[in-house]
Design a binder for this molecule. Sequence first.
Ligand SMILES: Nc1ncnc2c1ncn2[C@@H]1O[C@H](COP(=O)(O)OP(=O)(O)OP(=O)(O)O)[C@@H](O)[C@H]1O
Ligand SMILES: O=P(O)(O)OC[C@H]1O[C@H](OP(=O)(O)OP(=O)(O)O)[C@H](O)[C@@H]1O
Length: 315
Amino acid sequence: MDLVNSLNGRLLFAVPKKGRLNQATLNLLEGADIQFRRENRLDIALVKNLPIALIFLPAADIPTFVGQGRVDLGITGWDQVKEHDAGVNAAAASAGAPSSSSGTESIMELEFGACKLQVQVPEKGVYTSSADLIGRTVGTSFVNLTAEYFAQLEAQAGGSSPSGKLQTTIIELSGSVEAACALGVADGIVDLVESGETMRAAGLKAIDTVVESVAVLIKSRSPSNPELVDLIASRIRGVITAQRYVLCQYNIERSGIEAATRITPGKRAPTITTLDDGWVAVSSMVEKKKIALVMDELTRVGAHDILVLDIHNTR
Ligand SMILES: Nc1ncnc2c1ncn2[C@@H]1O[C@H](COP(=O)(O)OP(=O)(O)OP(=O)(O)O)[C@@H](O)[C@H]1O
Ligand SMILES: O=P(O)(O)OC[C@H]1O[C@H](OP(=O)(O)OP(=O)(O)O)[C@H](O)[C@@H]1O
């Protein structure tokens, strides 16, 4: 069957084809029961159990495809969405048009791919603030956000040139941006930082944050099948919530319910079941990161048989 024709009537969903967001996105799709088989080297996969086609694209290109309405939905980094928006605004400004909307709408944050786009300079160098880089050379893969950032900085410093031309030179680099300072290509860089290991290994330090990022689910302004978009969003929300919470179950004497349910109020309310001899069984969703403390406190107020169970999905 002709692949392009087989896309007819399907919702197009762009996912990162490689890199940092790829595996976590595939895990999310599996959790949401979006079943597909990707043929070797093919960047389009038809979903078996829903009228959806997955389009595997570089994370940086996904906001363009979604923004132009070529695909309906996408998963990418918020940094990439902001970079795309900054590019759209810059193009509008140079055409003398008012800044226009990029055409993407964020549906939700996805709790992976957290990182910061930061201004970095040599640790032992002469630059201590971003303003010190005005008029210098800055290397980055995020040219639009970096240009926007320095344009604002130059305006604040009162140094904008009458032509509106940036005094700072932005050099576009497609990878290994951290090497630029050591090799004399740039005085500073703007690049992503998560643990900070890459930055420190390159002898750099962060002096400002341009954007805080996390992976996001985005949609076009006019998706082809809004009901299906809502269904996918609701499934993905269920998976994310399930990852964030555990189910805590325990038994407690009826007199202790009030104190115990203050500790485990649940997402909406705890479920309480009456047992024999004046005891009750309580089950309640608890944020995973708080569970150890919650168990300590439950023990203190007299809870017994405390169990913590993983949640696979929730609505
Ligand atoms: N160290 C990191 N920790 C967490 N998330 C990151 C990190 N680096 C990048 N990301 C997120 O992943 C997105 C894609 O980055 P990644 O470096 O994986 O790109 P890529 O698609 O492989 O392209 P490239 O070829 O430029 O590396 C970034 O835009 C950002 O949102
Ligand atoms: O703060 P850290 O935890 O060290 O992470 C930061 C690094 O991660 C990203 O690159 P990645 O490793 O994805 O490869 P890339 O340079 O090829 O994009 C980013 O560009 C940094 O180089």
